[in-house]
Design a protein around this ligand. Structure first.
Ligand code: NOJ
Length: 581
């Protein structure tokens, strides 16, 4: 809690702590733009090739200049790094590579002094197998024996569930002589949420962080916590076998409400649930004015380019604009008016957005700005992933030795075992397109060695395009993607309709143009985006009076007086108009 805003109420000798923010009851996080930091790749202050907390502290003014309201820090906790921090060894300690708790406090204070909130990552579906709980559990030492999901299996794994990273979700542990469940890597055993002691320990850990005045949690795969009794086999599926059982499992809602009532409700914070496989209908139960959590990351738009080859999760195809519109429209309409979207087009688990949804060669600047316009003009809270604000792109990794991500490495290993795959080249196209490492290469600060990220050897290769794509150049050029992001952040702050106005799609079948109106009692805004590398024609329908429309922002240099009636749109052109009623 922030001490300056904290009220202490003494009730019959007990201390009841209540937070109050700026005297405003409106949820701050609805108006916020959040910036996601992947600490390992953000800024290295020591020269060891790894980003760190002091490095983030050094860049606090950068974040302030960009204008973001909150930072989401992906895990900085002690970890053996099998999944780069999503395998936590000690929840109450910062990884030595990143610094100390004092360094963490300095980051927090440096952000808070600039009115930037701090959202921490909460990873409680699993821990590292090096966590003390697991070490005790595998030796059947109480009270930890049942902290994880153990099963006997004389004839192999207890069921046919797959790990999200491929292969069986079960690994045999020699020490205990039983299998344990891991929905991710074998070094990430799943906690047994059925056990009330596990839940109590997790809640205590959450309180420990909340008392350190943090402003919220991004909750890792939070809809996977509950597994059904008997752990039944799953239908062999194209995605992940067993997922119909462990996505939104039977006790999920109960756990989230318990967490809410026992912990979250005592603090004025934001909670963002990462929920793979969630539908709009389910999301409405978990997030919103009447739900236990505040907002949701869903994955539907991340699957629009998935092919249908059953045994290759990285079989990609071209995505279609009409599918993108259909998906976003369903979520925009479905969560209105009581629930809230967390808006994103990329993050540390996804390819770079300009390479996936734009054109990272011929129209890199234009399409990066178009995607930014899209992100900032939808109903919800925009999340900017580090480097997106300068249009960082996917990376031409040369071979398997360049890769670090466990999901990618496991995929390559599995594919190389197949008869139809001889070598890395056979699958390199999919890897270069889909690998999470694309998003994890170091932040490109300047055209100095290693993009100014480190004076040492970077832990993951730097994208060779850094001499052309870097923060220093982007800040000097007033027409850059970076300055455009600043403009959009300001625009959103000035026009409440962009935050929570109702969304109404237009021209839904148009193959190139994505257009929509945002509307509240005071204002109406029209957004037109040419999502293609060809010119397009589009004029708003008759029911929209465009005659006196005021141009608010555009990614091409168009005169203020440009008429909507002209109807001609350049490749990746984006314009936002205020409509006069
Ligand atoms: C989602 C995280 O974003 C991802 O990086 C991680 O691998 C999995 N959850 C498992 O924690």
């Amino acid at each position: 809690m922030r001490a300056d805003l904290q009220l202490l109420l003494y009730v019959r000798g007990d201390v009841l702590t209540v937070t109050q923010r700026d005297g405003d009851s409106r949820s701050w996080w609805k108006d916020a733009v959040v910036y996601q930091i992947y600490p390992r790749s953000f800024n290295d202050s020591t020269g060891d090739g790894v980003g760190d907390l002091d490095g983030i502290y050094e860049k606090r003014t950068y974040l302030d200049d960009l204008g973001v309201d909150a930072v989401w820090l992906t895990p900085v906790y002690d970890s053996p790094l099998a999944d780069y921090g999503y395998d936590i060894r000690d929840y109450r300690r910062v990884l030595d590579d990143y610094g100390t708790m004092d360094d963490w406090r300095r980051v927090r204070d440096g952000l808070h002094e600039r009115d930037i909130r701090l959202i921490m990552d909460l990873v409680v579906n699993h821990t590292s197998d090096e966590h003390e709980w697991f070490q005790q559990s595998r030796r059947e030492i109480d009270p930890y024996s049942d902290y994880y999901i153990w099963r006997e299996g004389d004839d192999g794994p207890p069921n046919n569930w797959n790990s999200m990273f491929g292969g069986s979700a079960w690994t045999y542990d020699e020490v205990r002589g039983e299998y344990f469940l891991h929905l991710f890597d074998r070094k990430q055993p799943d906690l047994n949420w059925e056990n009330p002691k596990v839940r109590e320990d997790i809640y205590e850990m959450m309180r420990w962080w909340l008392e350190k005045d943090i402003d919220g949690f991004r909750m890792d795969v939070i809809n996977l916590l509950s597994k059904p009794d008997g752990l039944p086999d799953g239908h062999p599926s194209t995605v992940v076998t067993g997922s119909e059982h462990f996505i939104n499992g039977p006790r999920l809602e109960e756990y989230l409400w318990e967490m809410h009532d026992r912990v979250l409700s005592e603090y004025e914070i934001v909670t963002v649930g990462e929920m793979p496989g969630i539908s709009v209908e389910d999301a409405r139960r978990y997030v919103g004015d009447d739900g236990p959590l505040d907002m949701v990351f869903h994955f539907e738009h991340m699957r629009l380019d998935s092919g249908d080859e059953e045994d290759d999760p990285w079989d990609f195809r071209n995505w279609e604009l009409t599918d993108l519109k259909e998906t976003f429209t369903r979520w925009q309409e479905g969560l209105y008016p009581d629930s809230w979207n967390a808006l994103y087009l990329n993050n540390h688990d996804q390819p770079r957005q300009v390479s996936r949804f734009g054109d990272d060669e011929r129209y890199r600047e234009e399409s990066a700005k178009l995607l930014a316009t899209f992100l900032h003009t939808l109903r919800g809270t925009p999340f900017i992933y580090q480097g997106e604000e300068i249009g960082m792109t996917n990376v031409p990794f040369e071979g398997v030795d360049d890769l670090r991500d466990v999901e990618t490495i496991r995929y390559v290993e599995r594919m190389l075992e197949r008869d139809d795959v001889d070598n890395f080249e056979d699958i390199s196209e999919a890897v270069l397109y889909g690998s999470r490492d694309n998003a994890r290469t170091p932040m490109q600060w300047s055209d100095e060695d290693n993009a100014g990220f480190t004076t040492g050897d970077p832990w993951l290769t730097v994208n060779p395009n850094y001499p052309d794509i870097n923060v220093e150049d982007a800040r000097t050029d007033l027409n850059s993607i970076w300055h455009y992001y600043r403009q959009l952040i300001d625009l959103r702050a000035d026009h409440q309709v962009l935050v929570d106005g109702q969304y109404q799609p237009l021209a839904v079948d148009h193959p190139q143009i994505y257009a929509y109106r945002r509307k509240n009692d005071d204002e109406q805004v029209l957004v037109v985006l040419n999502f293609s590398s060809e010119r397009a024609t589009f004029t708003p329908a008759e029911h929209i009076d465009a005659t006196d429309a005021q141009l608010l922002v555009a990614n091409y240099d168009v005169p203020q007086s440009v008429s909507l009636e002209d109807g001609l749109w350049q490749p990746y052109e984006a314009r936002v108009y205020q409509l006069v009623e």
